[in-house]
Write a protein that binds this ligand. Structure first.
Ligand code: HEM
Length: 536
């Protein structure tokens, strides 16, 4: 339907150009003034060709149904909720039988082929050499995004560079599950909540809490964002994070690269990023020195060590080593990949529990049955694995609102096909996680929040035979390395929160009917207030 609308629009534009030609240029042409007439006609044709090149998909992927350029841009800049965006543009395409859940849309880095088809996603995720990550940030050299995100790090590198880093980082992530740290930090946050109003902006609170967690558990740095949200480091990081996610700079990267001097506010963000990177540099130098001189906390269990320590120790144990530049780049990557994602996953789960009091109560009973009512008990690693129902709630939240709306854009290294759809060499290909998780041709009643989908033998398990249907953390060799870390963090926070509070949505919540989440960068829900009531 959408592509029909586009071809209607193209026909209309062509017709309009033809009318102008007949009305204004043809008479001149017929009265023998051929020179200007031919030049004008050529100009119009060139204009049309330029329009066609800029605002339509490249010809090589034009056989794939697509979302028109301006509709997509408008939806992005108006911060339309992701649900509305998909309802208006994506579902009408993927509901058609012959599209196979594959469509294209404009992206920041050019037209992309989006994929919401389980078999096709399986192929992309498993054939990492045929579909490596596209070095899309290369085109944004010297921007905040590029300076903060671009490699050498695990998220954006490919080939042997990625393999070496992943080999060193895997054991560090396997060892790191600091559940005691998560629990102690959750309890500190409850103390702050208890001193404040019962109405809590949960998006903001979870952002602050997960910033504290990634600082401590990532590299032993205390942001103190929960207790002191206005302190310098918190503000600095917030400004950088806003700078990374600002849609204006996504689209006008040239202005940042060539005309930064015209934008004092953006210059300030660059200076803040300098300060932040210097801080990370200092932390790495100090950490290396501490480890070299064996200056460590003898009471700290292996799983409670921070990730930076574990990565440096891995180098000492002969699993290969990461340079300072690689360590720094990966610490930045952990921020970007692990902070907002976990924060929003938590606030979305808290939202769905507020909206579904029965599910909240069932989850609370499970938390109490495992942890007991003793207020000091913090879950052990084993206990976090026993909370089956809370796990199902987390999984269903990640299906409904996966913070990573899509995986990172890949590039096709050869002419190939995805579930029967031709994909040319050089095409940008992106697994669309939201569209996959809400695809009505895959999931039964996808807009309903139903944790029971994830019981053993349930819908999710049955669907897994068809390919990859649930991929909030990606899948295959490039699956999120922080998945278990983040899941443990969420399980500890939610089980302790369920034991301590009951909560609900305020009557006037804008999210009463549906979570109004937007989709630039990581998915986020603004003005998500929750009313908390203490149980003790
Ligand atoms: C709810 C929380 C999280 C979500 C939803 C999430 C999502 C994802 C997704 C979808 C990918 C795969 C991207 C792709 O294949 O294109 C990924 C990769 C990655 N994530 Fe996460 N992530 C989360 C938490 C974390 C945490 C806590 C960390 C680190 C502390 C982390 C670090 C990474 C890294 C380094 C990669 C790249 C792995 C590789 O390519 O080898 N993530 N994440």
């Amino acid at each position: 339907m959408i592509s029909n609308q586009v071809s209607e629009c193209a026909k209309f534009t062509l017709g309009y150009i033809k009318d102008i030609y007949i009305k204004y240029f043809l008479p001149t042409f017929l009265t023998n003034k051929r020179g200007p007439a031919i030049a004008s006609a050529a100009a119009i044709v060139l204009l049309y060709m330029a329009y066609d090149k800029l605002f339509s998909p490249p010809r090589a992927i034009r056989h794939i149904p697509y979302i028109p350029y301006f509709s997509f841009l408008k939806s992005l800049l108006q911060s339309t909720s992701i649900a509305e965006h998909n309802e208006a543009f994506v579902f009408p395409i993927i509901n058609q039988k012959n599209t196979n859940g594959i469509f294209s849309h404009p992206g920041i880095f050019g037209w992309e082929v989006a994929v919401a088809n389980p078999a096709a996603i399986k192929k992309i995720m498993l054939k990492i050499d045929a579909f490596p990550k596209a070095d899309v940030i290369r085109t944004t050299e010297h921007t905040i995004i590029s300076r903060f995100l671009r490699g050498p790090n695990l998220v954006f590198s490919n080939g042997s560079s990625w393999k070496t880093q992943r080999k060193i980082a895997n054991p560090a992530f396997h060892r790191s599950l600091p559940v005691k740290l998560f629990g102690d930090m959750a309890k500190k946050m409850f103390q702050v909540m208890d001193k404040q109003d019962s109405l809590v902006d949960i998006t903001d609170l979870m952002e602050r809490w997960t910033l504290d967690v990634i600082g401590e558990a990532g590299f032993g740095f205390r942001f103190n964002a929960v207790e002191d949200p206005t302190n310098n480091w918190v503000q600095l990081y917030k400004n950088i994070s806003n700078g990374v996610n600002d849609p204006f700079w996504f689209f006008f990267t040239n202005l940042e690269t060539n005309f930064l001097w015209l934008f004092p506010k953006r210059q300030r963000t660059h200076r803040e990023l300098d300060t932040f990177l210097e801080m990370l540099d200092d932390v790495i130098v100090k950490k290396r020195a501490d480890i070299a001189s064996n200056n460590k906390n003898p009471h700290l269990q292996e799983n409670e060590k921070d990730l930076l320590t574990l990565l440096i120790e891995a180098s000492k144990e002969g699993s290969g080593s990461l340079s300072d530049q690689e360590l720094m780049s990966n610490l930045c990557a952990f921020f970007v990949a692990g902070h907002d994602t976990t924060a929003n996953a938590l606030s979305f789960t808290i939202y769905y529990l507020a909206k579904n009091p029965d599910i909240q109560q069932k989850a609370r009973e499970e938390a109490i049955s495992i942890l007991g009512e003793d207020q000091d008990t913090i879950p052990t690693i084993e206990q976090t694995k026993e909370i089956d129902y809370i796990n199902m709630v987390i999984k269903e939240t990640l299906r409904m609102n996966s913070p990573a709306v899509s995986a990172i854009t890949r590039i096709s290294t050869e002419d190939t096909e995805l579930d029967g759809v031709f994909i040319p060499k050089g095409a940008l290909v992106v697994p669309d996680i939201y569209a996959l998780h809400h695809n009505p041709t895959i999931w039964h009643n996808p807009e309903e929040f139903n944790p029971e989908r994830f019981v053993p033998g349930g819908e999710a398990e049955r669907l897994s035979g068809a390919g990859m249907c649930w991929i909030p953390f990606g899948s295959g060799a490039r699956q999120c390395i922080g998945m278990n870390f983040s899941l443990a963090e969420q399980r500890v926070m939610l089980s302790l929160m369920l034991r301590k509070y009951t909560w609900s949505l305020p009557e006037d919540s804008i999210h009463k009917n549906m979570l109004q989440a937007t989709k630039i960068g990581v998915m986020v829900a603004h003005d998500l207030n929750i009313v908390f009531k203490r149980r003790y």
